[in-house]
Write a protein that binds this ligand. Structure first.
Ligand SMILES: Nc1ncc(C[C@H](C[SeH])C(=O)O)cc1Cl
Ligand SMILES: [Zn+2]
Ligand SMILES: [Zn+2]
Ligand SMILES: [Zn+2]
Ligand SMILES: [Zn+2]
Length: 306
């Protein structure tokens, strides 16, 4: 059967099958359809054969269409991690211990929409339509399966905080949730970049109750804020989401935390309201530098607490 399975896959020209062709005694990936990530990951697993997969840190950006500084950070981060790691000792060390899974723009259709429709530059949601409503879009940060659609979200499709028809109804949310679930044993931190307000948020947002790791996360968020202060003198406020910004359910950070990824943070990047979502280009680089210093602070703490 195994031989047949591999033959079938190779015949199907499935990359997965070709990868498995090189499989030594690794188990054949049981799942038929595996995503790019699975091909990539199983290739890495095979290349290292016996070794456990490297731990990883997840960073996503652009879940909200109008928060343009967020995708800018993710792309800048990738560039930094690739080009300057010789000069950046900390980054070099972190990259020896972690893979960084970076998703530059989760809400691709929404982001593109704000570029192609200047009159809708402040669009927030996805661009999907469900049922027969005249209104478009689900707030992807209310669509995760974490106290879904409780207080702080809306069941009404025309609302900015519409939670969607059901948890993970948005294909982009489903893709992120599936990947993170499939890799929850090696993903040691979940970081999601938003704007604006200059905040370092940690669970919970869906309840006013403190998480079991409240003290540790608070202290780490404070250290992240101090790193930002040291880098650009900007003040970011650390705090649990519900107390610091608003009570809201279905967010990705709460979902990742309840999945077991303890180090889970939402960043609200610049600014505090002067330009808001329309942050001028001159602020992109300093914002990326300060956000990088915070991400490094978190990653170093995670490394020390593996
Ligand atoms: N779990 C969460 N963490 C952070 C936030 C704040 C962001 C800021 Se734009 C949002 O409203 O989606 C919201 C939630 Cl639901
Ligand atoms: Zn994998
Ligand atoms: Zn946001
Ligand atoms: Zn925001
Ligand atoms: Zn620490």
């Amino acid at each position: 059967l195994r031989q047949l399975t591999i033959q079938h896959k190779v015949l199907m020209g499935d990359v997965q099958g070709i990868i498995e062709k090189q499989t030594t005694n690794d188990t054949v990936n049981a799942r038929g359809s595996s995503s790019y990530y699975e091909n990539y990951h199983s290739m890495k697993e095979i290349s290292k054969s016996k070794e456990k997969s490297k731990n990883a840190i997840w960073i996503d950006c652009g879940i909200h269409a109008r928060e343009w500084i967020s995708p800018a950070f993710c792309l800048w981060f990738i560039g930094h991690a690739i080009h300057v790691r010789e000069r950046d000792r900390t980054m070099t060390t972190l990259l020896e211990h972690f893979d960084f899974y970076v998703m530059p723009v989760i809400n691709v259709d929404g982001y593109e929409y704000t570029w192609s429709h200047p009159s809708n530059r402040l669009w927030r949601k996805s661009r999907s339509s469900h049922g027969n409503s005249k209104c478009i879009g689900t707030d992807m940060n209310r669509n995760f399966d974490a106290h879904w659609c409780g207080p702080g979200a809306s069941h009404f499709e025309c609302q900015e905080i519409y939670c969607g028809p059901y948890p993970e109804s948005e294909p982009e949310v489903k893709a992120v949730a599936r990947f993170v679930r499939d890799h929850k044993d090696i993903i040691k931190a979940y970081i999601t970049m938003h704007s604006y307000s200059q905040l370092v948020l940690f669970p919970y947002s869906y309840t006013m109750n403190k998480s079991k790791d409240h003290e540790e996360l608070e202290s780490l968020a404070q250290k992240a804020a101090k790193a930002i202060k040291r880098t650009t003198w900007k003040t970011y406020r650390p705090g649990a989401g519900a107390q610091t910004i608003y009570l809201a359910p279905g967010g990705s950070d709460d979902w990742a935390y309840d999945l077991g990824i303890k180090y889970s943070f939402t960043f609200e990047l610049r600014d505090t309201g002067t330009y808001g979502f329309l942050l001028p280009p001159r602020e992109i680089k300093p914002t990326c530098l300060e956000a990088l210093s915070a991400v490094k602070e978190i990653a170093q703490h995670v490394l020390q607490n593996l």
